[in-house]
Design a protein around this ligand. Structure first.
Ligand SMILES: [Zn+2]
Length: 175
């Protein structure tokens, strides 16, 4: 959310495009808070992206691509794991970014499952807003209505393990 992961994704996609690769980037349809047709960083850099309402839509639309980038992977749920597996089996390079812990402090499906398949994992962290240590958790600052971590920078702040206070109870989808 603040950790520069979308910046890294865009940098890799641009590098692949410079190498002459066919690149396709995707974001979830629900994630239109800044711009519906681009990946957007918090510094307002942007990269053209398709909007997918589910993982199957990515698979269809990425058919011609050699390199597939997926932002905010936590919006796609478990089906993204099979999609990523099939895209890779088709010879594509797949680059996925997402949040690995939800506001309850639990692993955020499907990031752990994707990590288990990955050739390379890069942990991006922002400094904890309270103490400055590397922050692996997202502290929800406004009321929660669903497990989907939609919201701009004002809705969350980065917290380290010590400063993070998990939301009580369980995410709605697990209730
Ligand atoms: Zn801290």
């Amino acid at each position: 959310m603040f950790s520069g992961k979308t910046e890294r994704l865009i940098a890799r996609l641009r590098a692949a495009a410079r190498d002459g690769r066919r690149v396709a980037a995707f974001k979830h349809k629900i994630d239109d808070r800044y711009d519906a047709t681009h990946l957007i960083t918090h510094t307002q850099d942007r990269f053209n992206a398709g909007r997918a309402h589910d993982a199957a839509a990515i698979e269809l639309e990425a058919a011609d691509a050699e390199v597939v980038g997926i932002d905010e992977a936590h919006f796609f749920g478990l089906p993204l794991v099979e999609t990523a597996r099939r895209l890779r089996a088709a010879g594509k390079r797949v680059i996925v970014v997402g949040i690995d812990n939800n506001a309850w402090g639990k692993p955020f499906t499907p990031l752990p499952q994707l990590a288990a398949l990955a050739d390379e994992i890069i942990q991006c962290t922002a400094p904890c807003r309270l103490c400055g240590k590397p922050a692996r958790f997202s502290q929800r600052m406004v009321p929660v209505t669903s497990n989907l971590m939609v919201g701009g920078a004002e809705s969350y702040e980065p917290r380290c393990e010590n400063c993070f206070v998990p939301l009580p109870g369980h995410p709605p989808e697990e209730a």
